[in-house]
Design a protein around this ligand. Structure first.
Ligand code: CO8
Length: 274
């Protein structure tokens, strides 16, 4: 892999888009490598993913403008499909994916973060859909996911104006769950960069998720995602099936037996994904 780093850390793994000289812009090769990386995740041992960009400055500064500049209509549509397929794979990936947004998340960068379950960002993060300024639409899911994540009116405002927003505004409109500042000492020297603080928080969250019953966590992701696309009458049936699916698993039997056990001094054993 030239542009993707993959590191498993116990029960979670960190995927880093590693094309720093182009601010981690997504060209076809990056998308192909990300796709292959997702296919290779060992779902027997990995229970949560963190997705980030290399360096301190940029998460992903969009789709590669150089590569897109000469595309025909058919090639443009095919490039859109390539991105959409990988982003949809992330969105429907069996385990949760946390986007750790370190800096620019523009165009395809904002869009890939919206395919993740949870967005956390550093204080220097900048979000935006600048596509109409380049003569195209947000074609990696931006017109769809931004309108679902924030309000349709706010999504339209951001997309039509192509205005970038900084981390506090992204937080205010609900695009990110939390913003992380650099850690400074009493003299104002940076002890830990915002990216370091962000990664520590994202990895801590991933480890926390990875400790919970894996089948239950997966079923929650499926229930929320599939339920949001359904009418409420159908959505609660989706929930019921996924709820029922947890019963008779070893993790459900153990988790409940542990709670009911009066001998509370003993340490809870790790869930087994069974
Ligand atoms: N594509 C290709 N290269 C990029 C991109 C990009 N999106 N962003 C940055 N780079 C490159 C620059 O060309 C530059 O390369 P070089 O050093 O070889 O000249 C290097 O990264 C560093 O960038 P800058 O010198 O521009 O760094 P600055 O700190 O001055 O500026 C910015 C940082 C503000 C992030 C600036 O780089 C920028 O505006 N980048 C483009 C942001 C953008 O418009 N992104 C949206 C792209 S369109 C998109 O994502 C569409 C998605 C849907 C596709 C659907 C397909 C059909």
């Amino acid at each position: 892999m030239d542009f993707i780093l993959y590191e498993q850390k116990g029960a979670y793994a960190v995927i880093t888009i590693n094309r720093e000289r182009a601010l981690n812009a997504l060209n076809s090769q990056v998308l192909d490598e990300l796709d292959a990386t997702l296919d290779a995740v060992d779902l027997n041992t990995v229970r949560c993913l963190v997705l980030t960009g290399a360096g301190e400055k940029s998460f992903v500064a969009g789709a590669d403008i150089g590569e897109m500049s000469t595309l025909t209509k058919a090639e443009g549509e095919a490039f859109g499909k390539k991105g959409n397929d990988v982003f949809r794979k992330l969105e429907t990936f069996p385990i949760p994916v946390i986007a750790a947004v370190n800096g620019f998340a523009l165009g395809g960068g904002c869009e890939i973060s919206m395919s993740c379950d949870i967005r956390l960002c550093s204080a220097n993060a900048v979000f935006g859909q600048p596509e109409v300024g380049l003569g195209i639409t947000p074609g990696f899911g931006g017109t769809q996911r931004l309108a679902r994540l924030v309000s349709p009116g706010m999504a339209k405002q951001l997309i039509y104006t192509a205005r970038n927003i900084k981390a506090p505004e992204a937080y205010r409109i609900g695009l990110v769950n939390e913003v992380f500042e650099a850690e400074v000492d009493a003299e104002g020297n940076v002890v830990k960069s915002a990216k370091e603080v962000l990664m520590a928080a994202a990895e801590k969250m991933a480890a926390t998720i990875a400790k919970n019953a894996p089948i239950a966590v997966r079923n929650c992701k499926k229930a929320i995602n599939e339920g949001l696309d359904a009418k409420m009458d159908d959505a609660i049936v989706i929930e019921e099936k996924l709820f029922g699916d947890c019963f008779e698993t070893e993790d459900q039997k153990y988790g409940m037996a542990f709670f009911l056990d009066k001998n509370k001094e003993k340490v809870k054993a790790p869930f087994q994904n069974k």
